[in-house]
Design a protein around this ligand. Structure first.
Ligand SMILES: O=P(O)(O)OC[C@H]1O[C@H](O[C@H]2O[C@H](CO)[C@@H](O)[C@H](O)[C@H]2O)[C@H](O)[C@@H](O)[C@@H]1O
Length: 401
């Protein structure tokens, strides 16, 4: 793995020019109301300088708005039929579409035996995203709680397999929500990792230091974007300020990245949110924005992501470059694609996408929602217990594994 041999900082020296991402989408494809223009602040202040906000065409032309609109599947509406019975309007065509999509991304529940066949006599390493994977997507990011049955399930998973949570949230925030000390955590999209102590990594990598965890246990702490802390803090404060007039907008500080939520913003004003973020980033060429589920994520331009975090954790667990290891990554978001890609390209394990709608992905399998995630994890734990019992019984039965 790269980390072992290279001591090069993951910070990219060449910032990505904003204009490189322009897709040339024709502005006539999008509607634009006077009200948008009126509600957009004409200027904002940063470090004493007055900045004029760019043209709203900027966000249209570079595909920002389209990506914002496409960033989360619409909720299914409950409708009343003529006999007054309520039912989900997950129209038949949606279901047909989903079913045909699962031909390319088969259900990890239906293909459970194929997965465990490959896992036999291997060490599974489990990587779990948080929002949309362990807790359902809800309107208020502060209320994205994990259910007690899910917590109990993840606890059992961690008893049987090394398990890590890899989240876009800050490490402290995701720990506050998960509350399990027996896991490893990677917050801020992998830019803040606590993993097992690894002398190889901490001796060889300048961004990896020995520290202590929530229980005072010795761990490795890896923070490749440490130098961005003051910048992220400044950007967080600026974003809070410039979005305060937009009803429903919410800005979260995730230590090494910032989230700007527009889930609760009137759709007519999404373009304003996009434009404000886009304009502010012109002042910060070493930051970029990515799209999550109804959220814009502002993060450092460094060569680091959830996929690199998986590689880092596998390495620190001593599970890299081994044929007897099967990593499984479960996630629902675009940022999880980096992890799926790492596993797919190295033909090392399984990426499982959580989605109830058709999506292009680097994952191999799919699960519909968080309840299917829980079911899959429970099946895996039961399978592992059975394997361990069979191994214990084997000498008495004269069977050799
Ligand atoms: O990597 P993750 O653990 O999946 O975190 C990604 C983002 O999750 C949160 O936002 C998302 O979930 C919220 C609660 O369900 C929802 O309200 C929001 O619309 C989603 O985007 C979190 O608040 C973000 O900061 C994370 O980056």
């Amino acid at each position: 793995m790269e980390l072992k041999s290279s001591h090069v900082s993951p910070v990219l020296t060449e910032p990505v020019p904003m204009n490189k991402s322009r897709l040339g989408i024709h502005s006539s494809l999008l509607s634009y109301s006077q009200q948008d223009a009126a509600s957009a602040p004409a200027k904002y202040t940063r470090s004493g300088s007055r900045k004029s906000v760019g043209s709203l065409d900027d966000v249209r032309c570079n595909g920002y708005l389209d990506a914002m609109k496409a960033s989360s599947p619409p909720r299914k509406k409950v409708v009343k039929s003529c006999n007054n019975n309520t039912h989900l309007s997950a129209f038949d065509s949606d279901n047909e579409d989903y079913t045909s999509w699962t031909l390319d991304y088969p259900s990890a529940l239906h293909y459970f035996e194929n997965i465990t066949e490959r896992a036999k006599n291997k060490q599974i390493a489990m990587f779990l995203d948080y929002d949309g994977t362990l807790s359902p997507i809800v309107d208020d990011p502060d209320a994205a709680y994990m259910s007690e049955p899910m917590r109990a399930t993840v606890t059992s998973v961690a008893k049987h397999f090394p398990t890590a949570i890899i989240s876009g949230r800050s490490r402290d925030k995701v720990f506050e929500l998960v509350k399990l000390r027996e896991l490893y955590y990677a917050g801020s999209h992998g830019m803040d990792i606590i993993g097992p102590v690894s002398d190889t990594l901490s001796n060889n990598h300048p961004d990896c230091v020995k520290s202590t965890d929530y229980e005072g246990k010795e761990i490795s702490l890896f923070q490749p974007a440490k130098e961005f802390l003051p910048m992220i803090d400044e950007v967080f404060r600026t974003l809070v300020d410039i979005t305060k007039h937009i009803k429903g907008a919410k800005v979260e500080n995730h230590k090494f990245c910032v989230s700007v939520h527009y889930r609760n913003v009137d759709e007519n004003n999404w373009i304003t949110v996009g434009q404000l973020v886009h304009d502010m980033l012109k002042d910060y060429p070493r930051l970029r924005s990515t799209h999550g589920r109804k959220v814009l994520e502002i993060r450092p331009v460094i060569d680091w992501n959830k996929g690199k975090a998986v590689e880092f954790l596998l390495d620190s667990l001593g599970l890299t470059n081994r044929d007897d290891v099967l990593p499984i990554y479960i996630g629902d978001d675009k940022t999880d694609e980096d992890a799926f890609k790492v596993l797919r390209e190295s033909n090392r394990g399984y990426g499982i996408l959580v989605s109830s709608v058709r999506k292009e992905s680097n994952a191999l399998y799919s699960l519909r929602d968080t309840s299917e995630v829980m079911k899959f994890l429970q099946l895996l734990v039961n399978w592992k217990r059975q394997q361990d019992d069979d191994k214990k019984q084997a000498p008495f039965l004269g069977i050799w594994f």
